[in-house]
Design a binder for this molecule. Structure first.
Ligand SMILES: Cc1cc2nc3c(=O)[nH]c(=O)nc-3n(C[C@H](O)[C@H](O)[C@H](O)COP(=O)(O)OP(=O)(O)OC[C@H]3O[C@@H](n4cnc5c(N)ncnc54)[C@H](O)[C@@H]3O)c2cc1C
Length: 305
C-alpha cells in the first residue's frame, strides 16, 4: 500500500510529490499523458520566481527529474475512479492501487476554438493565458476571443501592454460587471467586434491574422496574437461520485486543500480559486502534501494502527 497517491504529474502534483518524498512517504504519481501538465505547451515562462526565462518543457523536465531523484514512483496511467474506505483505492485504465491518502492534481484544460491548425500555433500566436503571455505582444495588435469575465479582464490587461486589442465575441452585446464594462469603454485601444466568430488562422510560420465571420460575411483582421478566453474545463468528472464540485466542475476546497472527504486533497488548477498559475499550483502542491502527511500521521494512524 502506498502512503500517498497523487493524480496528475503537472506542477501541482509533482510539487506534492517532492514534499511527500522529502517527508519519507511512499509516493505513487499517476499521469494520464506526459509529465509537466499544461505548461509544456509554452515556449517561454517569465513569471516564475528565480527563473527569468525558461521553456515550459525545460521547467517540466527539471521538476520531473527532481521528483524522480527524490524517489517518487511515476506511472503513466489514467485514473478513472477513486474509492474511499478504511484505505483508499485509485483505479486506472490498467490497474488499481491502495493508499492512505490521495492528492487530486488533475488541472484544467482550456476550451479550444476548434479551428484548423489551432494546436500548431500555440506559443506562436495562440495563447490561452493573457497573464502568462501578454508581455510577449508588447506594442503589437492582438485579439481576445470570448465574452465572459476572463475575456473582458484579459482585454483590459492587454490594453495596457498592446497597441490594439480586438475583443471578438458571438453575442450582440457584451454582458458583465458594470465596472468592468465601463472600464472597457474607457480604453480607446479596445475595439469590440460583436456577432462574430473566428473561422480561420492566417499564418506565415507565426500567426499574422485571423479570418472572422459575421452576418455581413468574412473579414480578415491583422493580429500578432490571439488570446482564447472561452472557458476552461477542469478534469474532475471521474471523481464527481464522491468529491464535491462546484457548478463549473471545480473541486470545492478550502485554502488548506482539504476536500469534503478526509484524506483526499485537491491541488492546483482543478480546484476553486481566483488565480491559476504555476506559483499558485506549486503552492497548492506543497500545502496538499503537508496536509496529507499530517492526516496519515494522525487521523489515519489513530483509526488503523
Ligand atoms: C499555453 C500555456 C501557457 C502558460 N504559461 C504560463 C506562464 O507563463 N506562467 C504561469 O505561471 N502559468 C502559465 N500557464 C498556466 C499553468 O500552466 C497552470 O496554471 C499550471 O500548469 C497548473 O498546474 P496543475 O498541476 O494544477 O495542472 P496541469 O498543469 O493541468 O496538470 C495536470 C495534470 O494532470 C493530468 N491528469 C488529468 N486528469 C488525469 C487523470 N484522470 N489521471 C491521471 N492524470 C490526469 C493531466 O494530464 C496533467 O498532466 C500556462 C498555461 C498554458 C496552457
Amino acid at each position: 500500500m502506498y502512503d500517498i497517491i497523487i493524480v496528475g504529474a503537472g506542477p501541482a502534483g509533482l510539487t506534492s510529490a517532492i514534499y511527500a518524498c522529502r517527508a519519507k512517504k511512499n509516493v505513487l504519481v499517476l499521469e494520464a499523458n506526459t509529465y509537466g501538465g499544461q505548461i509544456v505547451n509554452t515556449s517561454d515562462i517569465e513569471n516564475y520566481p528565480v527563473e527569468e526565462h525558461i521553456s515550459g518543457f525545460d521547467f517540466a523536465t527539471k521538476l520531473y527529474n527532481q521528483t524522480k531523484n527524490l524517489g517518487a514512483e511515476i506511472k503513466f496511467e489514467k485514473v478513472v475512479e477513486i474509492k474511499d474506505g478504511s484505505f483508499k483505492e485509485v483505479i486506472t485504465t490498467k490497474d488499481s492501487y491502495k493508499c492512505k491518502a490521495i492528492i487530486l492534481a488533475t488541472g484544467a484544460e482550456n476550451r479550444r476554438l476548434n479551428i484548423v491548425e489551432e494546436a500548431d500555433y500555440i506559443g506562436r500566436g495562440i495563447s490561452y493565458c493573457a497573464t502568462c503571455d501578454g508581455n510577449f505582444y508588447k506594442g503589437k495588435d492582438v485579439a481576445v476571443i470570448g465574452s465572459g469575465k476572463t475575456a473582458l479582464e484579459d482585454a483590459i490587461y492587454l490594453s495596457g501592454i498592446c497597441n490594439t486589442v480586438y475583443l471578438i465575441h458571438k453575442e450582440s452585446e457584451l454582458d458583465g460587471d458594470e465596472n468592468v464594462l465601463s472600464l472597457i469603454k474607457e480604453k480607446n485601444n479596445i475595439n469590440i467586434i460583436h456577432n462574430s466568430s473566428v473561422t480561420k488562422l492566417i499564418a506565415d510560420d507565426v500567426l499574422i491574422g485571423i479570418e472572422i465571420k459575421s452576418k455581413d460575411g468574412l473579414k480578415i483582421i491583422d493580429v500578432d496574437g490571439v488570446f482564447v478566453a472561452i472557458g476552461r474545463v477542469p478534469e474532475n468528472e471521474n471523481f464527481r461520485k464522491i468529491i464535491n464540485l462546484n457548478e463549473k466542475g471545480y473541486i470545492i476546497s478550502a485554502e488548506n486543500c482539504h476536500t469534503n472527504i478526509s484524506g483526499i486533497f485537491a491541488a492546483g488548477d482543478n480546484r476553486v480559486k481566483s488565480l491559476r498559475q504555476l506559483v499558485t499550483a506549486t503552492n497548492d502542491g506543497a500545502i496538499a502534501a503537508v496536509e496529507a502527511i499530517k492526516y496519515i500521521n494522525k487521523e489515519w494512524r489513530d483509526k488503523n494502527v
